[in-house]
Design a protein. Structure first.
Length: 368
């Protein structure tokens, strides 16, 4: 169930196709009585209750476009949008309600996938599991197990805006680490690390499972960061991200301040020191994900514009179609990777912001 106890939900657009595209929505995380991330306040919105969700949604852009011209590789696939209503990246597993709230993201995932298998997905030829932000985190965590449910299908996974990096902010504090740590503990996000993330060469690896769990409790938050997730993924994965991810810059690096808003809206307003800080974030981001570039059958599209999730964003679609200096759009790159038309799809923008002329001056209105 969702946070408020209502049943989970998903949106389905059936097509005459044996192929399925699944998308896990994002929406941050919540915990306790946090003023900014209160699960109680979420439980009265569509981020915590299916009773607040619309019966239909309009989805005809990006990778969900039903235009053969604009989306030639995925236009006629069955499209599924899985709603996000547990506040714990679809990973929580608390049996009893806490303060009248339910943290059961893992059960939502299991129930939803079983339901889709019964609706015909078990006969699929090709399946692409994708997600945005924390939905992308869940995509990475569940990717291996998802393939086991579809042994006869080609299964691949796509992370869109989910490459969170554990970097200090401009004050030297690791704020995102604290957020993830509280979330992991309150939602009881442990199963993924117990099964997938204990390093095979770890000195503390023993045969007593309880001992492993006790030792890992203090670093459970790490399972939400790419260096700890990506090595365990066996299925082909596509990583779509901006090297200047807006959510991370706002929540990890800078925090919303009036001093920074003019800079991110107009590069000519940036001081040299501000540009240096932003370029340092880009360099650290690329260093954090660089080990994944060696993985076979993986694809990458890392651009240099201020964005978060991109594959399903209608407002950024025109820019996305121009932003790759390799003359491939995001949809072309994903299609080439999915159908293996290219041996390797590694598209990383070699220009740093604001030197890419195709970036529009776009940033979320919620900056302040």
């Amino acid at each position: 169930v969702c946070l408020d106890g209502s049943p989970p939900a998903y949106y389905l657009r059936r097509r005459n196709s044996p192929n399925w595209l699944l998308f896990l929505r994002g929406g941050g995380v919540c915990y306790g009585d946090s003023k900014e991330r209160s699960c109680l306040s979420r439980s009265t919105s569509e981020l915590g209750s299916s009773q607040q969700m619309s019966e239909q949604i309009s989805l005809n852009f990006g990778i969900f476009s039903i235009s053969k011209k604009n989306n030639p590789d995925f236009w006629n696939w069955n499209h599924v949008v899985i709603t996000y209503c547990d506040g714990g990246s679809y990973l929580g597993d608390v049996e009893k309600p806490t303060r009248y709230l339910y943290y059961r993201g893992r059960k939502i995932w299991n129930y939803t996938i079983r339901n889709l298998l019964q609706k015909g997905m078990k006969h699929a030829n090709q399946v692409l599991l994708s997600g945005c932000s924390v939905g992308a985190t869940a995509t990475a965590v569940y990717c291996n197990d998802f393939k086991q449910l579809l042994p006869h299908a080609t299964v691949k996974c796509l992370m869109d805006g989910g490459l969170f990096v554990n970097l200090p902010d401009i004050t030297g504090n690791y704020s995102l680490q604290s957020i993830f740590d509280i979330t992991v503990r309150e939602h009881n996000i442990t199963l993924g690390i117990e099964r997938n993330y204990v390093p095979t060469n770890a000195a503390y690896k023993v045969n007593i499972q309880c001992f492993i769990i006790i030792i890992m409790k203090d670093i459970l938050f790490q399972q939400l960061f790419p260096p700890y997730i990506l090595p365990s993924i066996k299925q082909p994965m596509f990583l779509l991200n901006s090297a200047y991810d807006t959510w991370q810059i706002r929540n990890i690096l800078l925090y919303p301040t009036a001093e920074w808003r003019p800079c991110v809206l107009n590069s000519s307003s940036c001081h040299p020191r501000q540009l240096q800080i932003l370029q340092g974030f880009r360099s650290s981001f690329l260093t954090n994900i660089s080990p994944a570039f060696e993985k076979e059958k993986w694809g990458f599209f890392i651009n240099s514009c201020f964005h978060h999730c991109q594959g399903d964003n209608q407002y950024l679609l025109l820019e996305v179609l121009l932003s790759s200096l390799y003359w491939q759009t995001i949809l072309e790159a994903i299609g080439n990777w999915m159908y293996e038309r290219q041996k390797k799809v590694i598209l990383v923008d070699f220009l740093s912001w604001p030197n890419n002329p195709t970036c529009v001056t776009y940033f979320e209105d919620t900056w302040l």
